[in-house]
Write a protein that binds this ligand. Sequence first.
Ligand code: ZN
Length: 108
Amino acid sequence: MPAFDQGTGDLIAFIVRRMACDHCGESYHDHDVKVTQDDGIQRTLTATCPVCGQAQQITAYDQPPYYQLHPAVRVNVTPITEAEVAAWRRFLTSFHGDMWDLLAAVTG
Ligand SMILES: [Zn+2]
């Protein structure tokens, strides 16, 4: 079994048990959920509703019990510029606080 297949059945079973179509609320069956990407850090799965056909992407970042399972969110893949790095350096040089303070400062 390839490394990326390890735990796939458990993850699909978890999605079938815990998630439903976000369009009509119908439950998924095992064959409705497919792994579409696995880079060893995260897995992206597509669940296709057996009733309305709506597809939902789900991303798992961890192992069972999947505390970090979310519908996939598009990530801005624009490369970081030198100006952004310099701005963050200035910000972090004067920042005092913990991770919660940092997140509050960044997200407003
Ligand atoms: Zn549906």
